[in-house]
Each structure stands twice: as C-alpha cells, then as structure tokens.
Design a protein around this ligand. Structure first.
Ligand SMILES: Cc1cc2nc3c(=O)[nH]c(=O)nc-3n(C[C@H](O)[C@H](O)[C@H](O)COP(=O)(O)OP(=O)(O)OC[C@H]3O[C@@H](n4cnc5c(N)ncnc54)[C@H](O)[C@@H]3O)c2cc1C
Length: 264
C-alpha cells in the first residue's frame, strides 16, 4: 500500500473543497472497491476523504411515491429497510443479493453507483427504475449517468448526495451470480410504471444498458410469455472464462423471465 493522508469532515461543502484542493485525492465511502484497487496498486490516491461522518449523506426517507436514499446508506440498510420494501420491493431484493454479509454491511449505494463496475447490481436498479442521482451541484437522470466501464457523468470533485426513486407498479431483479465474487454474470432489473416498462441489464456489457425490444414486448403484455418470440443477440456482449457472449445472451432472456415472474 502507498502512503496517503486520511481526512474526516462533517459537512458536504468542506468535503468538496478538500477534494478540489487535492486533485490526486479520492472520496472513500465503504472502501469495498477502492481499498481493493489500492491494494492491487491500480490506484494511489494521495488523500482519502472519508464520507462516513457526514450526516447529510445518510438516511432513507419516503414521501408518497418518492423514495430517497442517502449516498452513505449501506447495502444491508437498504435491504432491511421497511420503507424500501414497501415502496420498491425489487430494490430491497437487489440490495440483499449484493456480495456477502461483510460487504453489504460496509458498501454503500453512493460508492457502488460512482464506481459503475460493469457487473455491479445497483446500476441496473437505478437505470431500470429511472432514478435520479442528486449531487452537490445538480440532478442527473440514470439514463445520462452511466457512460461506460467504470465511467460516469460525475465531474472530478462532484459528490453524490442521494438517489431519488419513484415507486413503480411492480419491479424485480434477477441475478445469475458469479460463484466466487457473487457479482452479476448477468443481472436484469424489470420495472413496470404506468404506460412504460423499463428493463436494465448489468454484467453483460461494458456498462449497464436498457433492453428496448424487451421493454416494448412487456409494455404490451407484462408477462413472461411476451418474451417467448424474443431473441437476444450475443453481438457486443462480454465474453470471458466464466461465460461467453452466447451464454450471456441466453442468461439475459432467462433472467428477464425470472424477474417478470417475481415481479408478478
Ligand atoms: C468481495 C466483494 C464482492 C462484491 N460483490 C458485489 C456484488 O455482488 N454486487 C455489487 O454490486 N457489488 C459488489 N461488490 C462491490 C461493493 O458493492 C462495493 O460496496 C461498491 O462497489 C463500492 O461501494 P463502497 O461504498 O465500498 O465505495 P468505495 O470503495 O469507498 O468507493 C468506490 C468509488 O466511488 C467513489 N465514491 C464513493 N462514494 C462516493 C460519493 N458519494 N460520491 C462520489 N464518489 C463516491 C470513490 O471515490 C471510489 O472511486 C463486491 C465487493 C467485494 C469486495
């Protein structure tokens, strides 16, 4: 591990100012991705700016059909929250499927979204639910946020404060887990809103993406049988030791069917 300075602040404004003063520095939330990257010496931030003592980044609240989750909410907290379960059961289910107990107790929604790992679960939930990412300087729709592998629309010092969701009619997440890491080999989030169905896929491409053909079919008929005639092309999908692109294409359809059945 390289040497670095560690900073604590309690206010968003101080935190962002510190980050602006140290361009080689990084925010640290649960550390579940960043510390691993540092141990592998793939990154060596000069400063770590801890987000764990900022009350404004915590909490989960519901107002009618609007659910807002603070960036520092741990995966375990989202999975266990009665508000999340009542408002968006598919999101609660997704959080409970992330990694293992230890990672769920440390990792945060803000860290996962900012990291945009191509196999992470939350990006599928945010894109499928048409969520809004609220930062210290603006609001960004999920459709405009996830730009590519480990790449987002965040500017260098921009801080995610919270994520806002609107409750769908029904939703669910189905995931085919990697047996060792439990990251998604393929994960599919399905959400039905009045007049619209959204379907988002993680694990299969360079970044999370929507499946417009499946969305159209489910908008006409929200049932697993609507997916019978659909063929998912393997073109452009990830291929690796565990799953080639053809297998991932097969898994996308299978996970979409499972998610629709679970949602119902
Ligand atoms: C063994 C293992 C298994 C895992 N399995 C899964 C899995 O199955 N599914 C899954 O989705 N994930 C999985 N993860 C990743 C885990 O969910 C992490 O919690 C998540 O990727 C990062 O969240 P974090 O809070 O730990 O962020 P950190 O590691 O602290 O930070 C990650 C990055 O985000 C930035 N950042 C953090 N918070 C903010 C913020 N509020 N605003 C702006 N930038 C910010 C940091 O600067 C850093 O660049 C796994 C991790 C491990 C170690």
């Amino acid at each position: 591990m390289y040497p670095f300075s560690f900073h604590h602040t309690q206010k968003i404004t101080d935190t962002v100012s510190l980050k602006k003063e140290s361009p080689e520095g990084k925010y640290i939330a649960g550390g579940q991705s960043l510390i691993g990257v540092m141990k592998l010496r793939l990154d060596k931030p000069s400063e770590l700016i801890n987000l764990g003592s900022i009350p404004e980044l915590t909490g989960i609240c519901v107002d009618g059909k609007t659910l807002t989750i603070g960036a520092m909410a741990r995966h375990a907290e989202v999975a266990a929250s009665a508000d999340v379960k009542n408002c968006i059961p598919g999101l609660s289910q997704l959080a409970g499927l992330i990694a293992d107990r230890m990672v769920r107790n440390m990792g945060t929604i803000g860290g996962s979204v900012a990291n945009n790992d191509p196999s992470a679960d939350y990006p599928a939930g945010l894109l499928g639910l048409n969520a809004t990412i609220i930062t210290n300087q603006r609001e960004i729709k999920a459709d405009d946020f996830f730009l590519g592998m480990f790449e987002t629309a965040l500017e260098p010092s921009e801080l995610i404060q919270s994520i806002r969701f609107t409750a769908p009619i029904q939703s669910a997440y189905a995931k085919f887990k990697h047996p060792a890491s439990r990251y998604a080999v393929v994960g599919v989030f399905v959400a039905q809103f009045p007049g619209e169905v959204r379907v988002a896929v993680t694990g299969a491409g360079a970044s999370v993406f929507r499946l417009t053909e499946v969305e159209k079919a489910l908008s006409n008929n929200f049932s697993a049988s609507a997916l019978d005639p659909i063929h998912i092309s393997a073109d452009g999908l990830n291929s690796d030791f565990f799953a080639d692109s053809e297998y991932r294409a097969h898994l996308i359809k299978l996970m979409a069917i499972q998610a629709v059945n679970q949602a119902q």
